[in-house]
Structure formats: C-alpha cells, structure tokens
Design a binder for this molecule. Structure first.
Ligand code: HEM
Length: 461
C-alpha cells in the first residue's frame, strides 16, 4: 500500500465494472492493510495524521480515496449523496439486492413502505417482545452463572438481538439456531477475508475452509427468511415490518418487489439489524468490565426508574444515563467503522480530484477518534453525551449510523434494545471479562473483537 500523488489518473478498469461477489472486493481488500497486530485501527489513525484527511491509495488496479474529515462526510453522504453510490461487491451473498445495497428510485420505493416500522411511535408496541427476549436471555445467564462456564459475549448478544428482531419486527418465534446460522455467514466472510489462510477452529482443531464450504454456508443462510416466514406466529399483529414487506410483494403496482425481494429484505434485517446491535452491546459490556463505577450507575438508574420490575414505555425512555453509555461505546467502537461508496461522476473534494469509478472510503472510526473533534478521544466518558455537550459538538463528528438519506433505518430501535438489555441484565448479573486487557480489534466489514470477548457471568444477590 502507498499513498499516491493527487495527479494519478483513474484505472482503466473502474471498480464498478467488477462482478458481484468477486474476491477482490474492497471490503476484504482493506483488511490486510491494517496489519498492526496490536490495534490495527491505530495504524489507520497514524496514516490519517501523517497524510491528512483525504488520502488517495492505489490498490492493485484500483484507486481508493480514503477520507476522514467531517466536511468529507457531509459532501459524500449528504450534499452530493446521489453522486456517490453504494458499494457492496463481495457482500451480495449476505445481503442480496436488499434496500441497504441499492440506489436510486428503486431504493426509495423499497424503503418507503418499511420506514413506518422504525418510527419511535411503534416502539411501545415492540416493548413487550423486547422484554420477553430479555427474560429468555436472563434465564440463560442464570444457568451460565450456576455452571460458571466461560462464554463468547458476541454470540450471547447476537442471539439476543436476533431474537428481538424476530419477535418485535416479524411477530415470529426465532425458528433457527442463531449460533449455527451466523456461523455460516462468518464462514463466508472468513473465506473472503483470508484468501490465503482460510483456517477455522472447529472443536479445537484448525481446519481449512474452502470456497465450497462458503458456498454451502451461503445456501443455508439464503434459506433462513423462508424459515422465519413459516415459523409460529406470536400474536398475529397486523402492522408488523414483515407484513409491510409482504404487502409490498402483493402490490400489483410494485412488480419489482417479488418474493426474492422479500427474502433479501429479511436477510438484511437478520444480519445488518443484529450484528451491529450485538457488537455494540458486547463492546459495551467489555468497557463496563473495565469501568465498574459506570456499570454501577446503570444499575442505580435501572432501580430508580423501574424499581424491581420491568419498565413500561415511559420508564424505558427515562433510562438516559444508560443511553449515554451506549452512545459513547459506539463512538469508541463504531460497529460499522467505514462507509464505502463509488463515485458516479467526476468531482473534486478539498482540492483532490475524484474520478468516476473511484472507490471512496469514509472512515468513521478516524473521525470518532480524532483529537480535532473529541478531547481525550481514547478515554471512555459517557458524559460527553450529556445534552449541553452534544450541542457543542462539530456536526458529522459522530456517525455510528452514517448520515444523510442512507443513514441507518434502525438506529433508534437498536438503542432501545441495548438500553433495555443493559438495565435489565446488569441489575441481576455482573459479566466478568476473562480475556486479556486491552481487548484487541480485528476489523472485518464490522469492528469485531479479535479472538472474541470471553466472559463469565456472575449472579448478583
Ligand atoms: C448499533 C446498531 C446499528 C448500527 C451501528 C448500524 C449502522 C448502520 C450504518 C452505518 C448504516 C449505513 C451504512 C452505509 O451507508 O454504508 C446502516 C444502514 C442500515 N441499517 Fe443499521 N445499524 C444498526 C442497527 C440496525 C437495526 C437494529 C436495523 C434494523 C432492524 C438496521 C437496519 C439497517 C438498514 C435496513 C440499513 C440500510 C438503510 C438504507 O440504505 O436505506 N440497523 N446501519
């Protein structure tokens, strides 16, 4: 990798000309750049400091423009959003042609009928289902506390997030074993990430994972939505997200929305709507294990607001300190640490020529950790998100959910899910981090913990 001068011409083969699912997708090509065995993200920050906020990089025959200033985010995601299109090469098998991957008029038509399911006005309806999923998780944690075994926290939080999505948004019991299903997607992304290595630990042994394994895993993953559709209906609620999606399929004026679109939209929610929420909660529990005084404040708030019981809707909204802790976690560990776009036209940003076909990588991790925008950026301090301090913050310096019209549809919902999880689970348990401190980052498409986050659950009483 090398930073290249500003005058370099675009490659003869623009990135958009490449086929879907190709192994040299930028998503996977970025990972080997971050080779620092300790904290690879520190290497990224050093690169931004050395070369400035906008860095053109030549990677094989591709020109990648790396950006890390708030004005760049505004330009690409908001002001000129139509000129920078989504880039999802390599991830189509995971997301299909769902809303998150497509652009233009079709994206707009697909997003519109689903938007209502994510309006906070719907959240009161979801609350009992989120709490039910949490009761299931608390039962499991009681068993784990009794047995004393060590568990992988990302798996714990992922199963919780998947259960919440299935129950609240689809009105279905979760019909699959999430450990197995999410393992399938990991097999696929591992094969893409590590073309040369492809080793996976199975029952304590390292085995080679082939592209055939990855293809098989993707077949299992592709069958999940139909399994969810056929699963037991919980309460036959009418205005669920799932029904909104099925109505779009039945709409004769919307022929593009066929059954494959239903499948793809569900794949998107089962993955994009769960992994990110799960990573946030797992990283949060890691941070709390290092800051027990903050965990204690969350418990105090939960007791003060909810007493001994579960929160009603008003109480759930009053968990304000808990929400700040989640927001600070997403600043330090943004689950989506960069957004990738492709330039649809020639442009110029900050004196840097952008050519049609260039791949643009907007690094939210760099902005979240920049001393230009945050004092003591490496310090965990939830009070940064107190209302008066939020007003003073530079616009576009906090982007866990991106910005502009393509920002996350489920950001508010994920904060409700994780707020309830912290309040309800920490009141009864103290998760003890069993790994080495500091936990290392192994960035993939998402900001995952390298080697996982092992925890033991201790019951409080
Ligand atoms: C902490 C949790 C979450 C984080 C950090 C997160 C982050 C993001 C980000 C950064 C994007 C934009 C990506 C880009 O522009 O390249 C996005 C899009 C999206 N997210 Fe989330 N997300 C979270 C939770 C959820 C949940 C709970 C759902 C739904 C159940 C969801 C569904 C979506 C969808 C459908 C899109 C595509 C929107 C569009 O393109 O119009 N996300 N998310």
């Amino acid at each position: 990798m090398s930073a290249i001068p500003r005058t370099v011409q675009p490659s003869a083969t623009p990135a958009h000309a490449q086929g879907l699912g190709e192994s040299d997708s930028v998503w996977f090509a970025l990972i080997p750049l971050l080779k620092d065995p300790g904290n690879p993200m520190q290497m990224l920050l050093r690169m931004c400091q050395k070369y400035g906020g906008i860095i053109p990089i030549r990677l094989k025959d591709r020109r990648i423009i790396f950006m890390s200033e708030v004005d760049h985010f505004k330009h690409v995601l908001v002001t000129r959003a139509d000129d920078y299109v989504k880039y999802f090469d390599g991830l189509r098998p995971v997301f299909g042609n769902s809303m998150i991957t497509i652009d233009g008029a079709l994206w707009q038509r697909i997003r519109r009928p689903q938007q209502a399911a994510f309006h906070p006005a719907k959240f009161e309806e979801y609350l009992p289902y989120l709490l039910k999923a949490l009761r299931g998780k608390a039962d499991r944690w009681q068993q784990l506390a009794d047995s004393g075994e060590t568990v992988e926290m990302v798996e714990e939080t992922w199963t919780l997030a998947a259960d919440m999505v299935c129950q609240a948004l689809f009105d279905r019991e979760m019909p699959f074993n999430p450990h197995f299903v999410f393992g399938c997607v990991k097999t696929y992304t591992d094969v893409q990430n590590h073309k040369a290595i492809r080793l996976q630990r199975v029952n304590g042994e390292l085995i080679e994972v082939s592209e055939a394994n990855a293809a098989k895993a993707m077949k299992t993953w592709g069958a999940m939505p139909d399994q969810v559709l056929g699963a037991p209906i919980i309460d036959n609620r009418q205005s669920t997200l799932l029904n909104m999606i099925l109505e779009a399929e039945a709409d004769p004026d919307f022929p593009d929305f066929d059954h494959q679109q239903v499948v793809d939209e569900m794949k998107q929610y089962l993955w994009a709507g769960t992994e990110t929420t799960a990573l946030t909660l797992a990283w949060c529990l890691y941070l709390l294990s290092q800051h027990p005084e903050v965990a204690e404040k969350i418990r105090d708030e939960a007791r003060r607001v909810c007493g001994d019981g579960e929160p009603n809707w008003e109480q759930a909204q009053s968990l304000v300190y808990t929400r700040r802790v989640i927001q600070e976690t997403m600043r330090i560990y943004p689950p989506i640490w960069s957004f990738i776009r492709e330039a649809a036209v020639d442009d110029e940003i900050d004196g840097q020529k952008i050519y049609k076909g260039d791949t643009v990588v907007l690094c939210s991790y760099a902005v979240h950790h920049s001393p230009k925008y945050w004092s003591e950026p490496e310090k965990f301090n939830p009070d940064r998100f107190a209302p008066d301090r939020m007003k003073a913050r530079a616009k576009y310096s906090y982007l866990p959910f991106a910005a502009g019209k393509r920002s996350c549809i489920g950001g508010a919902l994920s904060q409700l899910e994780n707020g309830l999880a912290l309040a309800m689970l920490l009141r009864r348990f103290e998760p003890e981090f069993m790994g080495e401190v500091p936990a290392l980052i192994g960035p993939t498409v998402t900001l995952t913990p390298k080697g996982g986050l092992p925890f033991r659950i201790r019951a409080l009483d």
